[in-house]
Design a protein around this ligand. Structure first.
Ligand code: DC
Length: 650
């Protein structure tokens, strides 16, 4: 695993996204252009790991291609038949769209080739394709476990006229691979599908692209396919790769869950990709969908909430994963059926999705070829494991429309969509946070509470957490030097904030934590790094719709570094000591100005000098010195800053 990405909770989603090119179309086009006669210009080719694997393989096989410009225009010089390089060792990562079709094309290329991939690729079945190739005389051997890559391909006499029977119920890519390779034999070839063909729309993409390269397959339903004799691929000249309809699913779902409208550009009503039908599934969930020639747009249902669903998703297995996450936002239990192919994809997606959906609070029932998802009553923030599976990373990013979420190994999206999280950032609007930091008794507590009330936002008094912790430690007899003891206490601190009142384990401590002993204790426990770490997530959980005003010392620097508005509120030490004295006297507690001033300055010095989260004004914080200000003026100043920050362009 390499790193993680924390997504804050999102308020809504709206905007326009230009989609990257389709992976399925990109890799098919590259192979067909390579085998064709003539030069093919490919526009909008996807830039991603899987496409790079195909490009590398084509280079190794003697195909020349070049990238024309930054816009993704490629020129491929077709070799007009079998690959000219007759011996090669190919590493294809985890790219099924490269591995399967190349296996078939190389088996018919009269050369000696090795094909291997990442360990997961070696767990993904390929036996049905190899069986099909053996039926026409190809010599393909397993280097490891029978039925799985890596493969060793040897030259053989191909008898193309024999009909090939191939199973269609494990992966449609086996059929796709045979269809694309068989024209290399020059003879009439027949393929008969055994069992129910899954993911038919992907086979439709294959047939559509083969036709554009001059080979028309005679089709008898989804059972029998005949490639006429003397079929040869010829370059169509230029070709545009449609936007990726599977990638579109994340943005469309974001629009359906997060208000919308979200528009994706690059696919539309006449797309050749099956996953365009995802938009229709969303419509069945109540989402409002509009479609044009080259765009699709999704908005939330009139009622605001998606409807529970029970759908057969065999035709759109990839986009269906997005529906599994959308189910978290539905108004009742949902069922995804006929998705057995999930088990042989980048990971066992049925098992992985079930595990990760449970982490955020859903109840999930895992069937052999289905998934039942009951949405959580309350979303639970979680760290999502992604199993080196780009689609898990992308679909779980939508959880952020319910609560904050951590995506582990986010770079796995590079398989098909390197800029995914940047694109997502353009259409989602995080729940706003107003961070108000400053020294003790600067008045930030009073100001923050009033600002929160004026905006109708939630309010976090983070100092109170450190105060409660100090009090709880003293009550439990935990020494303030006992860092491990304090951290453990902080992890499970039974504190509750309720309408301005604070409870510790059922005991109201609103006033008790304001006493000087708690002030001093808080300042000491707050200097312990493990304590700060233990309280971090608890503070982040206060960020809920419609927004949060958070006050403390490190709200803008550590807890909410992405806060939309940051204020540093201060006043002279003398004024602050006077304010604190007045507070104490109002509560009937004796106050000595000299002692108070000294304590305050000691505390400021400690808060500013500690190595973790020291108190300081950030460059991006607005300074507000309230020495000569009343509360109302301070609140008005903050509200002004908030308005201009929230209206600033993102
Ligand atoms: O704001 P306050 O006086 O209630 O804070 C009590 C102590 O907790 C103070 O010494 C600083 C510390 N604190 C902190 O270190 N980080 C925060 N975010 C809030 C308070």
């Amino acid at each position: 695993m390499t790193g993680f990405l924390d997504l804050p909770p999102m308020l809504r989603a709206h905007g326009v996204i230009r989609l990257p090119g389709s992976k399925s179309i990109s890799n098919r086009c590259l192979l067909l252009a390579a085998l064709a006669q003539g030069e093919t210009q490919i526009h909008d080719l996807l830039a991603s790991d899987d496409v790079d694997r195909m490009l590398d393989a084509l280079t190794a096989l003697g195909v020349t291609w070049r990238r024309e410009d930054e816009s993704g225009r490629f020129v491929v010089h077709g070799v007009g038949g079998c690959f000219p390089v007759k011996k090669a060792d190919l590493f294809l990562g985890n790219a099924g769209t490269a591995f399967r079709p190349l296996t078939a094309a190389l088996a018919l290329s009269a050369g000696e080739y090795r094909l291997s991939g990442v360990p997961r690729m070696h767990e993904r079945p390929i036996g049905d394709l190899v069986d099909g190739l053996l039926q026409i005389g190809a010599d393909v051997r397993y280097e490891g476990r029978a039925g799985f890559p890596p493969l060793h391909v040897l030259p053989a006499r191909i008898e193309g006229r024999r009909p090939i029977r191939v199973r269609g119920d494990v992966s449609s890519q086996f059929l796709t691979a045979l269809l694309m390779a068989l024209p290399l034999t020059g003879e009439e070839a027949t393929i008969e599908v055994v069992g129910e063909l899954i993911s038919k729309p992907y086979v439709a993409i294959t047939l559509n692209l083969m036709a554009r390269f001059g080979v028309s397959v005679r089709q008898e339903g989804w059972r029998r396919f005949v490639i006429p004799s003397a079929s040869r691929y010829r370059s169509p000249g230029a070709l545009h790769v449609e936007g990726d309809a599977s990638s579109a699913s994340y943005f469309l779902a974001a629009g359906a869950i997060g208000g919308g409208p979200v528009r994706v550009e690059g696919v539309g009503a006449h797309s050749i990709q099956g996953d365009i039908r995802f938009a229709e599934s969303l419509r069945e969930l109540g989402a409002r969908i509009c479609m044009g020639e080259n765009w699709v747009e999704a908005s939330a249902p009139e009622t605001g909430k998606l409807r529970a669903f029970d759908l057969d998703l065999n035709a759109i297995p990839d986009a269906a994963m997005t529906l599994a996450v959308a189910a978290l936002f539905a108004d009742g239990p949902c069922r995804l059926r006929n998705i057995a192919s999930w088990r042989v994809k980048e990971t066992d997606r049925i098992a992985a999705m079930a595990t990760e959906l449970r982490k955020v609070g859903a109840e999930v029932e895992e069937g052999e070829d289905s998934l039942a998802v009951t949405p959580p009553a309350v979303f639970r923030p979680a760290a999502i494991d992604t199993y080196d599976d780009h689609r898990i990373a992308m679909c779980f990013s939508l959880v952020s429309l319910g609560c904050r979420v951590r995506i582990n190994d986010p770079a796995c999206v590079n398989k098909t969509f390197p800029g995914y999280f940047d694109s997502l950032g353009k259409i989602v609007e995080p729940v706003p946070v107003i961070a108000i930091d400053g020294p003790s008794a600067s008045g930030k507590g009073t100001v923050a509470a009033l600002v929160a009330r004026a905006l109708g936002y939630h309010y976090l008094d983070s100092g109170a957490l450190y105060r409660v912790l100090a009090l709880a430690a003293m009550r439990a007899g935990i020494a303030l030097e006992d860092e491990a003891g304090l951290a453990q206490l902080a992890e499970s601190l039974p504190v509750r904030f309720d309408e301005g009142r604070i409870w510790l384990d059922g005991d109201e401590v609103t006033d008790a934590i304001r006493e000087e002993i708690c002030s001093t204790g808080a300042s000491r426990v707050a200097a312990v790094p493990v304590v700060r770490a233990a309280l971090l997530e608890r503070q982040r959980d206060f960020r809920r719709r419609p927004g949060l005003v958070a006050e403390g010392r490190d709200m803008g620097s550590v807890v909410f570094p992405d806060a939309q508005c940051k204020i540093f509120l201060t006043a002279s030490a003398e004024i602050r000591a006077q304010r604190r004295a007045k507070q104490l006297i109002d509560k009937g507690i004796a106050a000595n100005m000299r002692d108070l001033l000294r304590d305050l300055m000691d505390r400021d010095a400690r808060d500013a000098a500690r190595p973790v989260a020291p108190l300081k004004k950030l460059d991006d914080a607005h300074l507000l010195d309230t020495t000569g200000f009343g509360v109302e003026e301070a609140v008005a100043f903050v509200l002004d800053e908030v308005r201009s920050s929230l209206n600033a362009p993102r």
